[in-house]
Design a protein around this ligand. Structure first.
Ligand code: ZN
Length: 203
């Protein structure tokens, strides 16, 4: 299983990091070893002093596909959730400055939090989904899928030009604004349409 992540998919997040607005989706990957195991705390890595939370809508692929057309993309996933794309921002900034790949800052062990999946049929519209991250019970990030620059179906079509999508692959669809550092003992909870789908502790 692989994890395909989209960067810079929300205007307000692009602005908060003073990034350029992309003309095509920004794509990177995490290996399966990045998945934070269920019931495990997130252990801050030693190589960073500035690990940020990024809550994102996530999609689980349910059918093998390549060169998927946007109008058929909805047939390739049945379940959605929220997750965290943990990012070692200090390291990412260094890599970005040198034009180097981001993997060390984005794909390290435990950097992919995956919430409990829900059938997409539970939702009336995937283009108007609210999601939220709380830190120690305070809301720190709030997003809505209607603010995505590229919608889920467009992202699936786009990434499938490069990578064959397989059953169980997960797509992280980008984070809204409000990213910030986490500290030991923080408790992070992710919600989709008000439903809690993960709760993790930082160590
Ligand atoms: Zn992200």
């Amino acid at each position: 299983m692989k994890i395909i992540c989209i960067g810079r998919n929300y205007t307000n997040h692009i602005e908060e990091l003073q990034n350029e607005r992309p003309t095509e989706p920004v794509v990177f990957m995490k290996p399966d070893s990045a998945v934070l195991l269920k019931q495990h705390p997130f252990v801050l890595p030693e190589f960073s002093n500035d690990v940020h939370h990024e809550i994102e809508l996530i999609v689980k692929i349910s059918k093998v596909g390549k060169y998927i057309e946007p109008k058929f993309a909805h047939k390739y996933y049945d379940e959605i959730s929220v997750g965290i794309d943990f990012t070692a921002r200090d390291l990412q900034d260094k890599l970005k400055a040198k034009g180097l790949p981001w993997e060390k800052a984005k794909a390290f062990d435990g950097s992919a939090v995956i919430g409990e999946f829900l059938p997409k049929s539970e939702f009336t519209s995937l283009e108007n989904l609210t999601f939220e991250l709380t830190k120690n019970s305070q809301t720190v990030q709030k997003g809505n899928s209607n603010l995505m620059l590229w919608k889920i179906d467009e992202l699936i079509a786009y990434v499938s030009q490069f990578f064959t999508l397989k059953i169980g692959d997960i797509i992280f669809t980008g984070t809204p604004e409000g990213v910030a550092a986490v500290q030991p003992d923080d408790v992070l909870e992710g919600f989709l349409e008000g439903k809690q789908l993960f709760r993790i502790q930082v160590k």
